[in-house]
Ligand binder design. Structure first.
Ligand code: T46
Length: 136
C-alpha cells in the first residue's frame, strides 16, 4: 500500500481558561531541529503560491489563522488538504511538488524548516521535477 502524501500531525494544545496555546517542539510534533521559520500572509485574492519542490528540505506547515489548500504531487500521485486549524500541522518532506491555493484573506501560514533558505534546493520547473523524481 502506498504511503499517503498528506502527513498531518496533531499539534498539542496547552490552552486554558485564558485562551489557546499550541506547541511545536523537537521530540514532540517536530521530527527535525528548526533552522528557519517563515510565515506567508497577506496573499492577494485569487493568488496561488508554491509551484516548486525541494531536493532536501523538510518542513512543518501550520495555518495559524484563516485557511489555505495545499496540494502535493510526487510525480505520480496528487493529494490535497485544507489547512484551517492551528491544531494541525502538515509535514512536507523533500521530493514533493507543492502548490498553495484558495488562501482566505486572513490566512497566516507558518512554516518551520530544517535548513536555511537556499535557492539551489528548489526545483521550480514542473517538467524538471518529474524528470528528477523518475531518475532518482
Ligand atoms: C515552500 C512553500 C510552502 C527568502 O528570501 N527566504 C525564505 O526563507 C523564503 C521561504 C523565501 N525567500 C524569498 C524567495 C523569493 O524571492 O522570498 C520570495 C518568495 O518565495 P517563494 O516564491 O519561494 O514563496 P512561496 O510562497 O511560493 O513558497 C514558500 C517557500 O519558498 C517554499 O519553501 O515550501 O512556501
Amino acid at each position: 500500500m502506498s504511503v499517503p502524501l498528506v502527513q498531518l500531525v496533531d499539534i498539542p494544545q496547552r490552552g486554558d481558561a485564558r485562551g489557546a496555546l499550541s506547541v511545536a517542539e523537537l521530540g514532540g510534533v517536530l521530527p527535525f531541529a528548526v533552522r528557519r521559520v517563515y510565515w506567508i500572509h497577506g496573499t492577494k485574492p485569487g493568488v496561488s503560491r508554491g509551484f516548486h519542490a525541494h531536493k532536501q528540505l523538510r518542513q512543518l506547515c501550520v495555518c495559524v489563522a484563516g485557511s489555505v489548500r495545499l496540494s502535493l504531487f510526487d510525480g505520480r500521485r496528487e493529494e490535497s488538504v485544507v489547512l484551517d486549524s492551528s491544531a494541525k500541522g502538515l509535514l512536507i518532506g523533500p521530493g514533493l511538488w507543492r502548490e498553495m491555493h484558495d488562501f482566505s484573506p486572513d490566512c497566516v501560514l507558518m512554516v518551520f524548516a530544517d535548513a536555511e533558505y537556499d535557492e539551489a534546493d528548489y526545483i521550480r520547473d514542473r517538467d524538471q521535477f518529474i524528470r528528477h523524481v523518475h531518475s532518482s
